[in-house]
Design a protein around this ligand. Structure first.
Ligand code: ATP
Ligand code: MG
Length: 450
C-alpha cells in the first residue's frame, strides 16, 4: 500500500495547533485522523494531543474563539468547537487499566508526546503529525500501514489485559481497513477474549456495528470468529459446520461471512445476515449423507433474539432484524400480487422489503451454482417492487381510500375490530376483488363483514 504523503489537517485543527503552540505549549494531531489521512480515507474527526493541562487548553481555546466543553477532564479531555466542528483535545497521558472498557481507571499526565503514543492501542493509531515537524512514528505505524497489519503497541497480551475493548477494536479495524491482524496480536486476542465479558454491551455493539459495515467484513469475520464468539457464543457452532447439501459450497460460517459481505451496507440487513443461518447447526438432520435444515430460519431468529437482548439492542431494531431473519428463506413470487402481500406482512415497510431482497440475493450468491436462479429471482422481485410502487397500488391500510373513521361511521365500536376490517378491505383490494375506491370499499364492508 502506498501511503498518501500530504496529510491535510482541517482548518479548525490547524487553528487549534497554532493557538496552543502560540501560547507556549506543544500540540499534535494524533490517532485515527493521521492513520486515515495517510491511507487516503475520509477523516471523521481530528483529535489533538497537547502538553497543556485541560485548564490551560480551555482558556487558550476560548481566547481563540472556540466554544469549550469539559467532556472528560478527569482524563484530560476537553472538546473545543469552531464553526460546528468539534475537536477533542487531550493532555499527554499514560493510562492504567480500563475496567469499564471506556475510560482508564487512573491516568497519569506525562511530559512528552512519545509517552502519550505508547499508551495507544495499535501501531497504526499511534501516529502523530504536525504541519511543521512532520510525522512522528515511534512504533512502526507507517510500516504497518504500508503492509496492512494491525499490531498492538507493545506486548499484546498485556495491552488486551488492560482493556478488553481493544480486542474488538482490532477486529473492527481489520474489517474497515482490510488489514490482517499480526499473528501474535491475534493469538493474544484469543487468549484474552474473556476480557470481553467485562466490556459494556453498548461498547460491544458499537464496535460490532462498525465491523459488520466494514468493506472487508468477510475476511475479518473469517479471521476473528474465534474472538467474536466471546460476545456472541451462538457463532461458535457455525464455524466448520459442514452443510452437506448440493446447494452449498461453504461451511455455515463462511457462507454467513459471504452473505454479510455481499448484502447492502445497512445496519439492519448486515445484522440479519450475521444471524440468518445461526440456527442451522441446531436444525440439521441427516438423511443418508445429505443434510436438511427445515425450520432453521425460526431457530436462527430465536438465537438472534437472545444475542440481541444480551447486547441491549432497542426493541424496534431487534424487530426489524428478526423479521428479516425469520422470512429470509420464504418464497415470494415476483408477481405484483405476491409482492404486495409480502409488503403487507412487513407493515408496508418498503425499505425493509428492499433489505430482504438484498439479503436474499446475497444468500443466493453465497451458494453453489444451484443458487443462481434465486439470484435472478431477487432481481425480478426488485423490478416487480419498483413496478408496484410506481403504479401506486395499495399495500398498506394507510393507502386505502377509507380510514378508521369510515369504519366507525358504520357503527363499529372503536377497538381492534376496526383494524381487522381495514385489513380485510386491504386483502380484498390486493386480491382484486374490489377497487380501491371509497364507495366500493364501504359497500364491501357492509356486504361481507358486518
Ligand atoms: P475512528 O474514530 O475512525 O473510529 P479512531 O482510531 O480515531 O477511529 P477513536 O475511538 O476516535 O478511534 O480514538 C482515537 C485514538 O485514541 C485512537 O486512534 C487510539 O490512538 C486511541 N484509543 C482509542 N481507544 C483506545 C483504547 N481503548 N486503548 C488505547 N488507545 C485508544
Ligand atoms: Mg476518532
Amino acid at each position: 500500500m502506498t501511503l498518501n504523503v500530504d496529510i491535510s489537517v482541517s482548518t479548525q485543527a490547524l487553528q487549534a495547533l497554532e493557538a496552543l503552540e502560540g501560547a507556549g505549549h506543544e500540540a499534535w494531531v494524533v490517532g485515527g485522523c493521521v492513520r486515515d489521512s495517510l491511507l487516503g480515507r475520509e477523516v471523521n474527526d481530528f483529535d489533538i494531543a497537547t502538553s497543556a493541562c485541560w485548564k490551560q487548553v480551555e482558556s487558550v481555546m476560548q481566547d481563540a474563539g472556540f466554544t469549550v466543553h469539559r467532556t472528560g477532564v478527569r482524563h484530560g479531555t476537553v472538546t473545543a468547537t469552531l464553526d460546528g466542528v468539534p475537536l477533542e483535545i487531550t493532555t499527554y497521558r499514560s493510562d492504567g487499566a480500563y475496567s469499564d472498557g471506556r475510560h482508564p481507571d487512573e491516568v497519569t499526565f506525562v511530559g512528552s508526546i512519545e509517552e502519550d503514543l505508547a499508551r495507544r492501542d495499535f501501531t497504526v493509531n499511534a501516529l502523530a503529525f504536525h504541519p511543521d515537524r512532520g510525522l512522528l512514528d515511534c512504533w512502526g505505524g507507517v510500516s504497518d500501514l504500508e503492509a496492512g497489519v494491525i499490531r498492538t503497541v507493545g506486548d499484546p497480551a498485556r495491552r488486551f489485559g488492560e482493556d478488553g475493548l481493544r480486542i474488538l477494536r482490532g477486529c473492527r479495524f481489520a474489517s474497515q481497513l482490510g488489514f490482517e491482524i499480526d499473528e501474535e496480536t491475534l493469538q493474544a486476542m484469543k487468549s484474552r477474549k474473556r476480557m470481553l465479558l467485562g466490556v459494556s454491551a453498548e461498547r460491544v455493539t458499537h464496535e460490532l456495528d462498525a465491523l459488520l459495515l466494514g468493506e472487508h467484513v468477510h475476511d475479518a469475520l473469517m479471521e476473528t470468529v474465534g474472538v467474536l464468539c466471546a460476545v456472541i457464543p451462538e457463532l461458535a457452532a457455525c464455524k466448520g459446520f459442514d452443510q452437506k447439501t448440493p446447494y452449498h459450497i461453504y461451511d455455515v460460517w463462511e457462507h454467513i461471512a459471504w452473505v454479510v459481505q455481499r448484502c447492502p451496507a445497512d445496519r439492519v440487513v448486515r445484522w440479519a445476515a450475521l444471524f440468518h443461518d445461526i440456527g442451522k447447526p441446531a436444525a440439521c438432520f441427516l438423511d443418508g449423507d445429505r443434510a436438511h435444515f427445515y425450520g432453521h430460519a425460526l431457530l436462527s431468529a430465536s438465537l438472534a433474539k437472545g444475542a440481541m437482548e444480551r447486547l441491549l439492542m432497542s426493541p424496534a431494531f431487534m424487530n426489524r432484524v428478526l423479521t428479516l431473519v425469520r422470512i429470509h428463506d420464504d418464497q415470494i413470487a415476483a408477481t405484483p400480487k405476491s409482492v404486495r402481500r409480502a409488503l403487507v406482512r412487513l407493515g408496508g415497510d418498503v425499505g425493509l422489503f428492499r433489505g430482504l431482497i438484498g439479503l436474499k440475493r446475497a444468500d443466493a450468491l453465497a451458494q453453489s451454482e444451484l443458487g443462481r436462479p434465486r439470484v435472478e429471482l431477487a432481481d425480478e422481485l426488485e423490478k416487480t417492487l419498483d413496478g408496484v410502487i410506481a403504479s401506486e397500488a395499495a399495500f398498506s391500510v394507510k393507502q386505502l381510500a377509507i380510514n378508521g373513521n369510515d369504519v366507525l361511521a358504520l357503527g363499529i365500536p372503536a377497538g381492534p375490530k376496526v383494524g381487522e376490517l381495514l385489513g380485510a378491505a386491504l386483502d380484498a383490494v390486493i386480491d382484486e376483488r374490489v377497487e380501491n375506491e371509497r364507495g366500493a370499499l364501504i359497500e364491501l364492508l357492509l356486504e361481507h363483514f358486518l
